[in-house]
Design a protein around this ligand. Structure first.
Ligand code: PNW
Length: 451
């Protein structure tokens, strides 16, 4: 387990809206998450990302925490509305300057910058023009990528275009639980295709500037057929058929076009998916241009059953039974990571580029004990299991070049607000005090041992 390639990159991940705060500083425009979080009843604890971890002002302290941890990579995201306050037009130099300072301070500490261009904080002005339902948003994203890569491409080592387009699609545009908070139940497909087209246009733009690897961070979750009791043993053929449909939806919708140049069979079952009017000539060539790496975000498998008779969907998601759970209720299943990596290799073969784990982690209700220390044993158990599962996939022949743990520090967890803590570092959101947890020391030791 301690044997990883000498150049394997251990790292940590964050995203702009979840940590930065400073939402009106230096000319930053509004994003859809500013709008959404300020609406009543959208966020569980009625908080916003207005301040979050105040990372915009405290980034030097946070980079020092990473340096002490010994990581070689840091995956952060660039807030589009800092670079282009309304999502189009010239770059805002003050907004870019923040990322310039951040990237330089990382490099001074020997940490490779890995930048995500879109971690869900779309400029509100673009949403007002239709957001990802509007094909023009893909073109705007390509232009923004050009501005960002022009400024930072000489130093960023890994670019991730989009973060988890499947989650932005389902939670943001089908269920309405994330920004922009819409339920496009009649015609959601344009949001799929325009994100992918935006990826392709951004990837081409990045290649004009510098030599950083071009990638995308997708969420993957093994679709496990289960019976009514939530066990795999209880599944029947109809549950297995439903799981195959969910697998195509969750794991292939945003990967087959990238690596196979076509949508998975069954995409036409999305309501209103009039592919011929949305997928224009040449789009799939733009989308499927070769990648240098594939980002994999993994948290847990998904239990899937055949739908009840009057269910609106061709599957029903069911809690897996028999596993411990995190504070989110998500099951802890390390072998799901091995499975997803091996499946990607089987499915895409030689077309699969080297993988980076761009997110993996867990939330627990950890807080300081009487002596002030934070002993998050459950997180260590989760991480140890998943690092072993990663090692098993590599032993089975899957090439993985890096692992960025979610997350460096507790942060603003979207619709859950501050109630879900994913960090190696505890954050007191009243004082902004940072306290490394026991898992921070565990990860530091792992990195020191295996690199
Ligand atoms: C990811 N799900 O989101 C995001 O990339 C992070 O910003 C986030 O903090 C992290 O995972 C933890 O949640 C997800 O419902 C949100 O399956 C929801 C799901 C998965 C990932």
């Amino acid at each position: 387990m301690d044997q990883f390639p000498a150049d394997f990159r251990w790292g940590v991940s964050t995203s702009s809206y979840q940590i930065e705060g400073a939402v009106t500083e230096d000319g930053r425009g509004a994003s859809i998450w500013d709008t959404f979080s300020h609406q009543p009843d959208r966020i569980g604890d009625a908080t916003t990302g207005d301040v979050a971890c105040d990372h915009y002002h405290r980034y030097a302290e946070d980079v020092a925490l990473m340096a002490d941890l010994g990581v070689r990579a840091y995956r952060f995201s660039i807030a589009w509305p800092r670079v282009q306050p309304t999502g189009s037009g010239p770059a805002n130099p003050a907004g870019l300057a923040f990322y310039d300072r951040l990237v330089d301070s990382l490099l001074e500490r020997g940490i490779e910058p890995a930048a995500t261009l879109f971690h869900w904080d779309l400029p509100q002005a673009l949403q007002d023009a239709g957001g990802w339902t509007n094909r023009d948003t893909a073109a705007r994203f390509g232009e923004y990528a050009d501005l960002a890569a022009r400024a930072l491409g000489d130093r960023v080592r890994l670019w991730l275009t989009l973060n988890e387009p499947i989650i932005h699609f389902t939670l943001g545009h089908l269920l309405g639980l994330h920004a922009p908070g819409v339920q496009l139940l009649d015609n959601p497909f344009p949001v799929v295709h325009h994100q992918l087209l935006g990826h392709g246009l951004a990837a081409a733009a990045i290649r004009q500037h510098g030599t950083g690897a071009v990638s995308i961070a997708n969420n993957y979750s093994p679709a496990w057929p289960v019976g009514a009791d939530g066990t795999r043993a209880g599944a029947d053929d109809s549950d297995r058929a439903a799981a195959a449909v969910y697998d195509a939806f969750h794991n292939r919708l945003f990967t087959d076009p990238l690596l196979h140049g076509r949508y998975p069979d069954g995409v036409e079952r999305l309501p209103g998916a009039d592919l011929d009017s949305i997928v224009l000539d040449g789009d799939l060539e733009v989308i499927s241009a070769p990648l240098d790496a594939l980002g994999v975000n993994y948290y847990n498998p998904t239990g899937v059953r055949a739908p009840g008779h009057d269910g609106p969907l061709p599957f029903e998601l069911t809690q897996l039974s028999g596993y411990p759970t995190t504070a989110f209720g998500w099951p802890v299943v390390p072998e799901g990571l091995t499975e997803i990596l091996v499946t990607l290799k089987q499915r895409y073969g030689d077309r699969l580029p080297p993988i980076w784990i761009t997110e993996n982690g867990c939330c627990y209700d950890d807080g300081p004990g009487p002596d002030g220390s934070i002993v998050d044993t459950d997180r260590i158990t989760y991480l140890d299991g998943h690092v072993r599962a990663l090692r098993a996939a590599m032993d089975a022949g899957v090439r993985v070049d890096g692992y960025c743990l979610w997350s460096l520090m507790d942060n603003w967890e979207w619709a859950e607000g501050f109630t879900k803590r994913f960090g190696l570092v505890h954050v007191d959101f009243d004082t902004q005090g940072r306290t490394p947890k026991a898992s921070y020391a565990w990860y530091r030791d792992l990195i020191a041992r295996s690199s």
